[in-house]
Design a binder for this molecule. Structure first.
Ligand SMILES: NC(=O)c1ccc[n+]([C@@H]2O[C@H](COP(=O)([O-])OP(=O)(O)OC[C@H]3O[C@@H](n4cnc5c(N)ncnc54)[C@H](OP(=O)(O)O)[C@@H]3O)[C@@H](O)[C@H]2O)c1
Length: 232
């Protein structure tokens, strides 16, 4: 079997960086992407100390032009894609509930957390469909589980509900072509987003994502946490 290829969005820090590190150590050729070239350089340098070779590519998932340019750039470098990890995300409404969150903030959250991931799958489908066992992993959140839905963090919650819907729609449509699509909640993780009170290390947060990326056979259209299927 040839080399395995992975693309990770928002790979320059937090859970995404840890996923890049782990996949690289497992022998994947990793495209670590992020919206800022200097932050990408820093991330690559951090990984370099581990001698884990990765390639960096600029991708602002909120920009359609950037998504299109990245897909074209990637297709010049690889003819297959085993894993797409839609990890990039923002949590902009820590201090708002559904009754007060400004529409502009909801729109910005959607552009990144929903449209960014969704359109990227569309653009990279030719590569994914060409690759046996290809998989899309959407990094979601328990805050987007309808079964646990409550007040607060409304833009973030609704964006992850929408991302979960995208997971199920694409999983259903892509099942015949063998591309799996799943959502995963990493848990509450010690990153800039998770904050200092979070109980989990990035290694633990990345675990289920890396497991879904590397497990030989996985289901499709599910929501996972701690390597287990959880209710939507
Ligand atoms: N931490 C938690 O407790 C937790 C819990 C549940 C789910 N999650 C999910 O896990 C994922 C990763 O979160 P994290 O905790 O690692 O957060 P983080 O430390 O804040 O990192 C977020 C990453 O997303 C990138 N990003 C933001 N906007 C982007 C854009 N427009 N284009 C490309 N990249 C962009 C950031 O890049 P910059 O450096 O350029 O800003 C950064 O690399 C997110 O989807 C998040 O919703 C996290």
């Amino acid at each position: 079997m040839g080399e395995k290829i992975a693309v990770v969005t928002g790979g320059n820090r937090g859970i995404g960086l840890e996923v890049c590190r782990s996949l690289s150590l497992k022998g994947y050729r990793v495209f670590l992407t992020g919206r800022d070239a200097s932050r990408l350089e820093k991330a690559a340098a951090d990984l370099g100390k581990l001698k884990a070779p990765v390639e960096t590519g600029v991708l602002d998932v909120s920009s359609e032009a950037s998504r299109v340019a990245f897909a074209s750039w990637l297709s010049e470098r690889t003819t297959s894609l085993d894993v797409l990890v839609n990890n990039a995300g923002v949590f902009l409404d820590e201090h708002y509930g559904g009754t007060g969150v400004p529409p502009a903030l909801v729109r910005e959250t959607f552009e990144i957390n929903v449209l960014g991931a969704w359109h990227l799958v569309q653009l990279l489908l030719p590569l994914l469909k060409r690759t046996p066992g290809a998989r899309v992993i959407n990094v979601s959140s328990g805050l987007g589980a309808m079964s646990e839905m409550s007040g607060g963090y409304a833009a973030y919650r609704v964006s992850k509900v929408a991302l979960n819907a995208v997971t199920r729609i694409l999983a259903s449509e892509l099942e015949p072509s063998g591309v799996s699509v799943n959502s995963v909640c990493p848990g509450w993780v010690q990153t800039e987003m998770g904050g200092p009170g979070a109980p989990l290390t990035v290694e633990v947060g990345a675990d289920s994502i890396v497991w879904l990326a590397t497990e030989p056979v996985i289901p499709t259209g599910r929501f996972f946490r701690d390597r287990r299927s959880i209710p939507w």
